[in-house]
Design a protein around this ligand. Structure first.
Ligand SMILES: NC(=O)c1ccc[n+]([C@@H]2O[C@H](COP(=O)([O-])OP(=O)(O)OC[C@H]3O[C@@H](n4cnc5c(N)ncnc54)[C@H](O)[C@@H]3O)[C@@H](O)[C@H]2O)c1
Length: 343
């Protein structure tokens, strides 16, 4: 047994648990068919397969899972294990939070994005009526157990997506991490130091425990996300979607440029960040005519009030401050910078 398998057994041994329900998808369970063998020998364990990726974040998937759990039957002392990426932990956390008014769950993330971000902090939920994360709960897992060896089978695009969030953590609260990662010019399971995962997840845990309901401090985690979401949404509407972390990485370039416009970081720091991201992430097609649409997406961002945009800005790489009001002109200038550096 590896460390995570041991930690899981130890957790279960020290708590009252009736049944265990593993929520995962077919791909993960086929890649790692023996992962829970030890657990299955000792405890009453049921595996329920959800659709892969974003398709699991759906009310019908929740309804079918609740029906299966009721028919087994699964009682209030059961434990759910969400074994997968952010789609599984978002959906599974929501399923756990609603079932019999809330049963316990543990996340075992299998993507980089989930290890450092999605599995931590208790934001759970599904997409509804075409709106992403429209329905959900803040409902914390008992614990998050991270086994970095899952990254060995993660497709490159997914790994690179998670790495976009890792760059964000390096930007917002850990100057040493930025110093370490900026020498890394290839994204692969071998070049991602498990210590980086540990530092990012600790940081997310620290920030979310201080501001669980996203009133203030937690907004620092949105660095790169206002413009990033706009790029992600624009690409989606064009039928050429890019991964979330890819869009965040491009958003980091733009929001670093806004930090520079407002004299918070130097030109040298801006160039260093921009060039680093440029070598790892391609620029999707973002013609000049896309600006208006992207501004609209920025203004629709839930963090804004009125015509001003509320974003997190860098004080320097490694330190950021949330809740700056900026203008749409500053966003337009940052999009111009993005196109220029890729030219
Ligand atoms: N709750 C939060 O705080 C939070 C934060 C960020 C993102 N999210 C959500 O996370 C979701 C995205 O999650 P994600 O990026 O982790 O991807 P994902 O969960 O959608 O999974 C993507 C694909 O990777 C596959 N996969 C997962 N682990 C694998 C492995 N080890 N080897 C091979 N294939 C593997 C899955 O089967 C799936 O096909 C989005 O819905 C997003 O909204 C939530």
């Amino acid at each position: 047994m590896n460390i995570v398998q041991n930690q899981l057994i130890r957790w279960i041994e020290t708590h009252t648990v009736s049944d265990i329900v593993i929520l995962t998808d077919a791909k993960i369970s086929q890649l790692y068919p023996d992962y829970f063998n030890q657990l299955k020998e000792t405890y009453s364990t049921h595996t329920i397969l959800l659709p892969e990726g974003e398709k699991s974040k759906n009310i019908d998937v929740c309804r079918e899972t609740w029906e299966k759990m009721l028919s087994l039957p699964i009682d209030r002392n059961a434990l759910i294990i969400n074994w997968g990426g952010g789609s599984i932990s978002d959906t599974g956390g929501y399923i756990a939070g609603c079932y019999k008014r809330g049963i316990r769950y543990i996340n075992i993330p299998t993507t980089l994005l989930a290890m450092i971000d999605a599995a931590i902090g208790g934001k759970t939920g599904i997409n509804f009526a075409g709106v992403k994360n429209a329905v959900g709960l803040i409902y914390l897992p008992e614990t998050v157990l991270t086994d970095a060896s899952f990254l060995n089978t993660l497709p490159y695009e997914e790994l690179r997506s998670g790495y976009g969030e890792l760059i964000k953590y390096a930007m917002i609260d850990d100057d040493n991490l930025w110093e370490e990662i900026k020498g890394n010019t290839a994204i692969s399971p071998e070049t991602i130091d498990p210590c980086w995962i540990q530092r990012c997840s600790t940081l997310k845990k620290k920030i979310t425990s201080q501001d669980l309901y996203d009133h203030d401090l937690r907004r620092v985690l949105n660095f790169g996300h206002t413009v990033g979401h706009a790029i992600e949404s624009y690409c989606m509407t064009q039928g050429t979607p890019i991964n979330h972390g890819h869009a965040v990485a491009l958003g980091i370039i733009c929001e670093s440029h806004i930090s520079w416009q407002l004299h918070r970081i130097s030109k040298c720091q801006l160039d260093e960040i921009s060039q680093y991201i440029k070598q790892l992430y391609p620029l999707p097609a973002l013609p000049q005519e896309a600006n208006e649409k992207m501004l609209e997406f920025c203004l629709n961002d839930k963090k804004n009030n009125g015509k001003c945009l509320n974003i997190t800005l860098l004080d320097e790489p490694g330190h950021a401050t949330p809740n700056y009001e900026i203008s749409t002109d500053e966003v337009l200038a940052s999009l111009h910078h993005l196109r220029t550096i890729y030219h």
